[in-house]
Design a protein around this ligand. Structure first.
Ligand code: NDP
Length: 478
């Protein structure tokens, strides 16, 4: 049975969006020479006009970051740096509702997720790294405890504030200064974060935010004044960056794509597993690099799981992201929607069976119904390529060895899930899987203390935990 809920929209009166935003360079707002619009993907309403960063803007930001590194930030003790990080974390908590509503408006994700996941986890990353700032010599890192200097950071649109926190918190805790570029479609929470830096009294130039597109990102990557690049995004752009950085002395960490396998053994608790599958692929509209986008089911329980999964998917509430009842929000952009449509059309053309939840999609904005493909083989594009949307590919297996072979048969290696009541199954499978993060009887759980990163084309290096600290200290591998 489906309960009827009255709409429970979160008020947007808590946020103030300026009609035009400049870059945040050396603690000041600097208007760009050209602009582009940031829209609400749920309605296509123009939210604001954002500055398009040029090479000259990036250069000014790098100079400000270098000056701040030399004159103030590198002179502070770890304890003093930690105080700023604690202050930022507390202000983020105080302004949590503002951040959550703004993130939902700009990104399209449900308020339930921005409020309960993105914003609290972002603050948690600052709290966690604030604690390390004065204890680096006890962190057991396999590097020196000296910062790189100026770090260039480029982040994607799927978790705009959280990816900023993953990047900025460890960089500042270890004594680096930062030039960060948010994704073109989701700059607003990074610009609100700049206001938080001002409110926290962070010395000018320690954090610089230059908004823009891929050309702005490229100007950061290629700037000779930058000592380290940290990137999260697609594998294709990650490869371009690796090539650009290879002949230089810059250090590099890359968090790239994934095609996570979610393996369900015949003895798994089916109802809990179905919830885990839904969370694994439909959380954040499937715009998650570690999404459980390949469901690998033991044949003995495949029919039962699929029947229950479809029933559950029919109850997913798709619609207004600001409504507190909404489970699945808008696709982030028209381009991403086109990509999802192209790949799902390829799935049908290649012979997989398509099933979509029976839900009404709003007329304006960018939407895609939760969808699964059955009868998927290893050769299908939907089994190999990252769809980055609410689309699940289902494969089956007979023996555990077959499950592992299918799970590992991918150029990626970011995440995996195992569902089984037997600890021995879980321990055995964990040792065979080539994935940086493996969840057992759960999925998509994150903690600042836990390192995150991938094997193979999913990237280089780790973010979070002590391993993530190392990446921001001299002596880290390229
Ligand atoms: P991109 O990799 O293009 O974007 C990530 C960031 O890099 C953005 O800030 C982007 O700017 C910037 N960028 C783009 N081109 C360059 C460049 N040449 N040099 C430096 N920086 C650059 O991802 P997309 O947003 O285009 O998404 C495409 C696909 O990537 C998705 O469909 C998905 O499959 C995958 N993806 C994976 C993510 C992950 O976390 N693993 C995250 C996001 C996407 P701008 O936004 O202005 O283009």
């Amino acid at each position: 049975m489906n309960f009827e809920y009255a709409a429970a929209p979160e008020s947007r009166s808590v946020v103030k969006i300026d009609p035009v935003y400049g870059h945040f360079i050396n603690g000041k707002w600097v208007n760009g020479s050209a602009h582009f619009n940031s829209i609400n993907p749920a309605t296509e309403e123009v939210l604001s006009s954002i500055s398009l960063g040029t090479a000259a803007d990036v250069d000014a930001a790098v100079k400000a970051a270098r000056n701040a590194f030399d004159k103030s930030w590198s002179k502070l003790s770890g304890g003093e740096r930690g105080k700023y990080l604690f202050r930022i974390a507390r202000i983020m908590q105080e302004r949590a509702r503002e951040f959550a509503v703004l993130e939902t408006l700009d990104n399209g994700k449900p308020i339930r997720e921005s409020r309960d996941v993105d914003v609290p986890l972002s603050a948690a990353h600052f709290f966690y790294h604030a604690g390390w700032a004065d204890k680096l010599e006890y962190a057991g890192v396999e590097t020196t405890t000296a910062p790189h200097g100026v770090v260039g950071q480029i982040i994607p649109w799927n978790f705009p504030l959280l990816m900023l926190a993953w990047k900025v918190a460890p960089a500042l805790a270890t004594g680096n200064t930062v030039v960060l570029k948010p994704a073109e479609t989701t700059s607003l929470t990074a610009l609100l974060f700049a206001q938080v830096c001002q409110q926290a009294g962070l010395p000018d130039g320690v954090v610089n935010i230059v908004t823009g597109d891929g050309s702005t990102g490229s100007a950061i990557v290629n700037h000779p004044g930058i000592d380290k690049i940290a990137f999260t995004g697609s594998t294709d752009v990650g490869k371009l960056i690796a090539r650009a950085v290879a002949p230089t002395n810059k250090s590099l960490t890359l968090e790239l794509g994934g095609k996570g396998a979610n393996i369900v053994f015949g003895d798994a608790a089916i109802d809990e597993t179905v919830e885990g599958i839904v969370n694994g692929i439909f959380f954040n509209q499937g715009h998650v690099c570690c999404a459980g986008s390949r469901l690998i089911l033991q044949e003995s329980i495949a029919d039962e799981v699929l029947e229950k999964l479809k029933r559950r998917m029919d109850k997913i509430r798709v619609g207004d992201p600001l409504d507190k009842n909404t489970d699945l929000g808008a696709i982030n952009s028209a381009e991403q929607l086109a990509k999802i449509r192209e790949l799902t059309a390829a799935g049908e053309a290649e012979g997989a069976g398509r099933w979509s939840a029976n839900c009404e999609l709003p007329e304006n904005g960018f939407w895609f119904a939760p969808t699964i493909f059955t009868g998927v083989t290893q050769a299908h594009r939907i089994a190999r390529e990252e769809i980055f949307g609410p689309v699940l590919s289902v494969l089956t297996f007979r023996t555990p060895a077959e499950a592992i072979e299918k799970a590992n048969n991918t150029p990626f290696g970011l995440s995996a899930g195992i569902w089984s009541e037997k600890g021995s199954n879980i321990l055995w499978a964990t040792q065979q899987l080539r994935a940086g993060v493996i969840w057992a009887n759960t999925f998509n759980k994150f903690d600042p203390a836990s390192p995150f990163g991938g094997y193979k084309e999913s990237g280089w290096g780790r973010e979070g935990g002590r391993h993530g600290l190392s990446a921001y200290l001299k002596g880290s591998a390229k």
